[in-house]
Design a binder for this molecule. Structure first.
Ligand code: FE2
Length: 377
């Protein structure tokens, strides 16, 4: 698909902000068991119950649970029957991200602007109404089976959108301090990074703000390349990874094998207090990659002075990096499901606007230890 798109897009000049985005509206996961996933995200991550759709609300083929924490909305959707696109998605990919939904002022215009530039339509502009107002949705395909929905909800006052009912639960675990989606990373196939960079530039008006080649991101064994795409106001950032040749299998290749194609690799979520957030997440059962003690012996020489004590950072496995504007603290979870596919990053930015390039080596060595333990290196 990217090559067909590319041919079409060549003639369209890039113009600034023909697609104004107000941020991530929600992330929808297609999962094998929505009820249990919702419970996990509530109890382990500290999300709250917001809305529900299913047979009781007229949705006969699926159930969806909507959860929220500060500005982050997750939707967990499960098929109720076979021969259903959600069931097929889970059969092929396992649990994973289907929809990266973006908040817009005008979903009809967003669809027009992107499809005339070569975006493949997933959903033509559709108005959903109930007694609390209306939501306009539209959407286009991106890498793999992943889609972007454009969500216009300025005329809606309900809990999520028409078709959903408010979900009041007696179980309301406290927040873990997760604030908003910082960036969402896609893994694409061999030689597909640049076509998808072009897609985000030409179809969605994004800019390539950072690039990492295989010299930046390689260990003794495996490598990858990455380009970070950002929309005009910087609210939405989509890094794109592609595998690179190494002595052994790239972590991106392992993902592609188990996801059966391209898809979302990780979602990075911001916090104002990463030590507090990660301490709570670990206590509630979220597992993170282990970082060797040797990382902490030299890290302060590399990043300079930081506000935090090193000891709790080392105890939790939090990584540190610095750029021209400040520093950042970040940590990566183990995969969220049995397949080695989607994981989360927790990030606290203290001025830095970058993505932790200085940590890539330590991080990828940690990932490779896990990959090796699975026999996939
Ligand atoms: Fe990241």
């Amino acid at each position: 698909m990217p090559s067909a798109l590319t041919a079409n897009m060549m003639e369209t000049p890039v113009t600034a902000d023909f697609l104004p985005l107000m941020g991530t509206d929600y992330v929808e996961f297609y999962v094998g068991n929505g009820k249990q996933s919702a419970n996990f995200y509530k109890n382990a991550f500290g999300f709250q119950s917001i809305a529900y759709a299913g047979p009781e609300t007229g949705m006969m083929d699926r159930v969806s649970y909507v959860l929220r924490q500060n500005q982050i909305t997750f939707v967990l959707t499960t098929a109720l029957k076979m021969n259903n696109p959600i069931a097929d998605h889970v059969y092929k990919h396992g649990d994973g991200v289907k929809v990266l939904a973006l908040k817009v002022e005008d979903a009809t215009d967003a669809w027009k602007q992107t499809t005339i530039r070569g975006g493949k339509s997933y959903l033509e502009p559709t108005t959903l109404k109930d007694h609390e107002g209306e939501v306009v949705l539209s959407g286009i395909h991106t890498y793999g089976d992943t889609v972007h929905l454009f969500v216009e909800r300025k005329n809606y006052s309900g809990s999520f959108m028409p078709g959903f009912r408010k979900w009041e639960s007696r179980s309301n675990p406290t927040s873990t301090g997760l604030l908003y989606v910082d960036h969402c990373v896609g893994n694409v196939g061999w030689n597909q990074m640049n076509p998808w960079v072009k897609f985000y530039e030409e179809v969605m008006g994004f800019r390539n703000i950072l690039s990492f080649d295989d010299k930046d991101i390689s260990t003794e064994y495996s490598a990858l390349m990455s380009k970070v795409m950002s929309n005009g106001n910087g609210y939405v950032k989509f890094p794109i990874n592609e595998p690179a040749e190494g002595k052994k299998k790239s972590q991106v290749e392992e993902y592609l094998d188990f996801y059966n194609g391209e898809g979302v690799q990780h979602i990075a979520i911001a916090t104002h207090d990463i030590i507090e957030t990660v301490t709570t997440l670990q206590q509630r059962g979220v597992e993170f990659l282990n970082i060797p003690g040797s990382y902490y012996e030299t890290v302060l020489e590399r990043v300079g002075k930081i506000d935090e004590d090193l000891e709790p950072l080392q105890k939790l496995g939090i990584l540190i990096d610095r750029d021209d504007e400040g520093y950042l603290l970040q940590i990566f979870s183990k995969p969220m499901q049995d397949r080695p596919t989607l994981f989360f990053e927790i990030i606290q930015r203290k001025g830095a606007k970058s993505f932790g390039k200085g940590n890539f080596k330590a991080l990828f060595e940690a990932l490779e230890r896990e990959q090796d333990a699975r026999g996939n290196l």
